[in-house]
Write a new protein. Structure first.
Length: 421
């Protein structure tokens, strides 16, 4: 996703981010990412997150049972059941494994059943109360050489690394700093924690140092190149972010994420022609990426090219389908809003504008102020008698410095702010 989409995510951006979290083995964070987002894509993420949480708890239940921790195993089985569909075969299999482990323990001669001895395997031969059990699931996404380096840092490192996902990145940074001195691979986890704290410049330093040691890596679904560009850009080091983008795109010219970041950075820098061209080139290869068409439209609007902006938005919406069940992407609400606003403000394509407003409202759980603004534009263009009432509702609670006030004045004149019901 682009830089602006990363900083101010639309519902589609949040779904995409949740997918990345799922790929990284973080189903709980993926579920939280799409909280309140409606639509089939968000529903699919929630379903996959539930299944991921079920599997995570089944794994922990089996690990505890194998070590004799049957109370903890039952707790995780119950948690797995909360996220499972009725009669799920994986849940049944998990219960069978725990049941058989319990029976084996009951029938085993005294002393107590033999537990795994730590050291036989750096990850999976661990006692059931070892915090690395949870971290082991994430380690599966690491490159082989780095996985061993990180696993050998021990349970304290695993516990520190998981604090970011558990909502305490500040503590994670504090604890991880001691490991960074021993093993440069730990820089990746500290960078994640720093990003969660919005300390982007420090995160960029950690990522750059990590790359100096190991080169750019893909860890789970996370790309250190993408993370570094995002961190540099968010720390207002835009030129440095572009240098990383350009260097990586030489080797990976078709990398969509890096390409979108590059175009977004141009936009932030005010290099509108470069941003427009970069997005247009990407759209040729990736035509089903609505964010590209929105970026083109924003650049063209800032350059005073309203008709060209409308063309870009229409092109993007042609890749969408209203139901979300065809081979195209779901309706892009943000693009629909932008295009409806342009058509209505410029008194163009009245039937298409009304159609777009209807689609926007149909894809929102609750239309808000902006949709009411679009309704007022329709009333203005049709010279409908209830326009003053609509304008009063739009302006009555706006503070003096609210940026929506100039928008109303531009479209309806200064009298819009004193309209009476």
């Amino acid at each position: 996703m682009g830089l602006l989409s990363w900083l101010f995510p639309s519902p589609a951006d949040r779904v995409q981010r949740a997918r990345r979290l799922l790929d990284e083995g973080q189903p709980a964070r993926a579920r939280d990412e799409v909280e309140g987002v409606e639509g089939p894509d968000a529903d699919a993420v929630r379903a996959d997150a539930r299944r991921g949480l079920m599997r995570l708890n089944l794994t922990l239940a089996r690990q505890y049972a194998e070590g004799g921790g049957f109370v903890q195993a039952e707790e995780h089985l119950n948690l797995a059941e909360e996220h499972a569909d009725p009669g799920d075969p994986e849940l049944r299999e998990g219960r069978r494994v725990v049941r058989e482990a319990r029976a084996s323990a009951a029938n085993a001669p005294r002393p107590a059943p033999v537990r795994h001895q730590e050291g036989d395997d750096p990850i999976f031969s661990l006692p059931p109360d070892d915090p690395r059990l949870r971290y082991a699931l994430m380690l599966e996404g690491w490159p082989d050489a780095l996985r061993l380096k990180v696993a050998e840092l021990g349970p304290e490192f695993a516990q520190a690394a998981m604090m970011t996902d558990d909502g305490d990145p500040a503590r994670a940074v504090q604890l991880l700093s001691t490991f960074v001195e021993r093993e440069p691979a730990a820089l990746f986890e500290r960078a994640k924690a720093l990003r969660a704290l919005n300390r982007h410049s420090l995160a960029a330093q950690d990522l750059a140092e990590f790359v100096r040691w190991f080169g750019h890596q893909t860890i789970g679904a996370a790309s250190t190149a993408v993370m570094l560009v995002e961190s540099l850009a968010s720390g207002n080091q835009l030129d440095e972010a572009l240098e990383v983008c350009d260097a990586q795109l030489k080797d990976r010219p078709d990398d969509l994420t890096l390409g979108m970041l590059r175009a977004s950075i141009f936009e932030v820098q005010g290099k509108l022609a470069e941003a427009d061209e970069a997005a247009r080139r990407l759209a040729r290869k990736h035509p089903k990426q609505p964010a590209l068409y929105r970026l083109m439209a924003r650049c063209r609007l800032r350059a005073g090219k309203r008709m060209e902006a409308m063309q870009a938005l229409e092109m993007g919406l042609q890749t969408c389908c209203e139901s979300g069940k065809c081979d195209r992407v779901p309706f892009d609400v943000e693009a629909g809003r932008m295009l409806a606003q342009l058509y209505l403000e410029d008194r163009l394509e009245p039937e298409r504008a009304v159609e777009l407003v209807g689609q926007v409202k149909a894809n929102l759980e609750k239309p808000g102020w902006f949709e009411s603004y679009l309704d007022a534009l329709i009333a203005r263009n049709r010279d409908e008698h209830h326009l003053p009432r609509l304008l009063h509702a739009l302006s009555v609670d706006l503070p003096p410095d609210d940026p929506r006030r100039p928008l109303l004045i531009r479209s309806f004149g200064a009298s819009a702010l004193s309209a009476q019901a």
